[in-house]
Design a protein around this ligand. Structure first.
Ligand code: SF4
Length: 147
């Protein structure tokens, strides 16, 4: 049976990145299509906040790891978690989650984590939606690890 893959929409060249620019991974899409995979696209940030939008950083706060906008420091974690929960409830049969590397929403093992003073603590974190995939036991990989 074909694998069902959840994939960050920007990897397919959709201009949903925070700055509206395209930065796809056409080789990966071609590889998955050749393998006969069923691909379900997602983009929590575009769905919740529109494009373009202020970029976010994963930040350690007293309430845990949050996605805060880079300059206005608005906490955007809640809507992304809600989007992710709804996505996985609608697609309980996902075999593999593939997230855009380094994204604070979708990166799987490559997200940058900062403290509240803006100091870099780690570059190996899961973004907010990727963390939801992992918490549900869904296998999850960064796009770059599949190439
Ligand atoms: S990395 Fe995730 S949130 Fe960011 S543009 Fe791509 S799909 Fe959307």
């Amino acid at each position: 049976m074909a694998k069902k893959i959840a994939l960050s929409a920007c990897l397919a060249g959709k201009n949903c990145r925070y700055n509206g620019e395209r930065k796809g991974n056409p080789e990966l899409i071609e590889k998955l299509e050749k393998e006969g995979c069923e691909i379900v696209y997602f983009c929590p940030e575009d769905a919740c906040f529109g494009t373009p939008r202020e970029a976010m950083d994963l930040t350690v706060t007293p309430e845990g790891v949050k996605a805060l906008t880079k300059f206005s420091r608005e906490d955007r974690t809640g809507p992304i978690v809600e989007y992710a929960e709804k996505f996985f409830e609608e697609h309980p049969d996902i075999d593999l989650f593939v997230g855009k590397a380094r994204s604070p929403s979708c990166g799987v093992c490559t997200g940058k984590l900062y403290d509240e003073e803006g100091n870099l603590i780690s570059e190996k974190e899961a973004g907010i939606m990727a963390a939801e995939a992992k918490a549900r036991g869904v296998e999850a990989k960064d796009d770059e690890s599949l190439m």
